[in-house]
Design a protein around this ligand. Sequence first.
Ligand SMILES: NC(=O)C[C@H](N)C(=O)O
Length: 324
Amino acid sequence: MILATGGTIAGSAESGTQAGYTSGRVAVDTMIAAVPGLPAIARIQGEQVANVGSQDMTFAIMIDLADRINTLLGDGVADGVVVTHGTDTMEETAYFLNLTVRSKKPVVLTGSMRPATAVSADGPLNLYNAVAVAADPDAAGRGTLVVMNDRIHGAHSLTKSNTTSVETFISPINGLIGTVNYGTTEYFRRPVRRHTCQSEFSLTGVTSLPRVDIIYACADMPADLVDGSVERGARGIVIAGDGNGNMNAATVERAARAAKKGILIVRSSRVPTGKVGRNVEIDDDHLRFIASDELNPAKARILLMLALLNKRSREEIQRLFYAY
Ligand SMILES: NC(=O)C[C@H](N)C(=O)O
């Protein structure tokens, strides 16, 4: 089953060589028709879930997507699912599905960096490769995957690294899951962290998620951003810290005050590689902070939102950051 949500893969422009275009314009059946080889590798069907640029992706759409995938895979209607999606927030939806789809069957996200109308559009081959991975029994049990530009990434590891290049996704945490070349797959590893069928998160009865904000740390950052989030009802704040999840002393103080009130403060990093460890330059034990470990700010926010759906202690939430 191919579930379409929009993105540049469904984008169109006035000409094949112009930089400007609009995401989420082409319907799923047109995208499928642009890949003539598909019927030879799988029995496929398309469904339009949304048609937005992924900068406009919402948790309402993500929840619908997870529910639909759980139904399709659980009822045996599909042996695998491909989600077409914009690349801007693809890592967030991939990670969300990695925690909320309860199946070993392959779930594969794909997209493109060039619109469907571009000269050398990258969408059709990405879609072909994504279907090949979703139809491959060996892809099962590897969590939610992202297939782009011949690479197979795991949801936990990948991040977007370039604003325009077709080689934009990298997996700085633990490396690639594998490669796929015109439909031929090769796997290097399985995900290290818990996912999908081993996940303890559930969306049963869930229609919205608690508010968690991200605050980007920088030199001489204004500490009152923390108060602004708390006043607007944030139940958690992820600090996209500098270096090893750092922030200036004024922000540490405001964040500690919020943590004392029960707001969950997670220290992540604006640096694209490396872990954020506990009690390095900031005394997490004393200040009641959580370290994001391997998760970048955008994914840390998703984990924290899902964690906040149930009553959990701070220690329990720290455990989740080490487990997922
Ligand atoms: N390459 C892309 O897909 C970018 C687009 N803004 C999106 O995320 O929908």
